[in-house]
Write a protein that binds this ligand. Structure first.
Ligand SMILES: [Zn+2]
Length: 309
């Protein structure tokens, strides 16, 4: 399925560039300037997608904590990177625009979260996390907490000055979301993280839809292996929608989103390829039931507790 989509993109791109090359002759300097401009844009877009992903996934993880049965990890809301962690095409821009080198550089922090309120700023270099030198942004959100909160001690460098900073953040459901720059319309769990592809961030038309995607994948993780694909999918739909509603996103967009996904990827329905899990008829009926159940609870002001089954 992914190969099919990528192939179609490649063909239209080739057609477009062939048409352009007949009319335009660019000097070498112009080509270089163009390439640099695109690299800059590409990196900033990637960063915007990463921010959106962290914003939505942090809300889902935090508000779902009671349903995650001890499978927790810190939700710091920090977007940071080392040069080595970035795709090669972005390294030059990341260095020039944001000073990203070998050490961990803070690129953005989710507003109103404890890390931001502690005074951490974009541009800070993280030298140590909890007394340990680290070159991995992932370490921030992948520690295994023993409590409902995690204390984080950072050694930072800012404008030549070295200082310490601490904050305490609440823990949320395990598997922080990480952006993959690949263009697949896909999401899957890999090791300690949930990999969300750039193509999926373009496919979803709202944060509500993104929340549905992330919550469904997280629900799979919480439910573990099931006997059949169909029951695994139905249960992930059910728990997933509760996670969406608890984070304050609109569950009402779910049926239309499921239809759009199934219409865009009809092959995946038969082959069950990839991880995007298009929906069957039986599942759409169950989804409508779940929707009524959740909306009823919201109207009556009842707690959003899923049935245990
Ligand atoms: Zn699924």
């Amino acid at each position: 399925m992914h190969r099919f989509v990528a192939g179609a993109l490649a063909i239209s791109w080739m057609a477009a560039s062939a048409a352009v090359s007949n009319d335009l002759v660019l000097s070498e300097a112009e080509v270089t300037a163009q390439r640099e401009r695109l690299a800059r844009l590409g990196f900033e877009w990637m960063l915007e997608r990463q921010k959106r992903l962290i914003r939505v996934s942090s809300a889902i993880r935090l508000h779902g904590d009671a349903l995650c049965k001890g499978k927790l990890s810190p939700v710091t809301g920090i977007v940071a990177a080392t040069s080595a962690e970035l795709p090669e095409a972005y390294r030059e821009t990341a260095y020039r625009n944001h000073g990203v080198e070998d050490l961990l550089k803070v690129l953005w922090i989710l507003p109103d979260y404890p890390a931001a309120e502690s005074g951490l700023r974009a541009g800070d270099t993280i030298l140590e996390i909890d007394g340990r030198e680290t070159h991995a942004a992932a370490y921030l959100d992948q520690r295994n907490p023993t409590d409902s909160k995690t204390f984080t001690a950072l050694k930072l460098e800012r404008g030549g000055e070295i200082f310490d900073l601490q904050f305490e953040s609440r823990n949320g459901c395990f598997r922080p979301a990480v952006l993959s720059v690949l263009d697949n319309v896909d999401v899957h769990t890999e090791g300690a993280r949930m990999l969300v592809y750039s193509g999926m961030l373009r496919f979803v038309e709202s944060d509500d839809e993104l929340a549905i995607v992330l919550a469904h994948e997280l629900a799979h993780e919480l439910l573990g292996q099931k006997l059949s694909v169909e029951s695994a999918e139905s249960e992930a739909d059910y728990l997933g929608l509760y996670l969406v509603a608890r984070a304050g996103y609109d569950v009402a967009v779910a049926p239309e989103f499921a239809r759009r996904l199934a219409a865009e990827f009809p092959l995946a329905l038969e082959e069950r390829a990839g991880h995007i899990h298009p929906i069957s008829t039986a599942r759409s009926i169950a989804l409508a039931d779940t929707l009524r159940e959740i909306q009823g609870k919201l109207e009556r002001g009842e707690p959003l507790e899923p049935r245990t089954r």
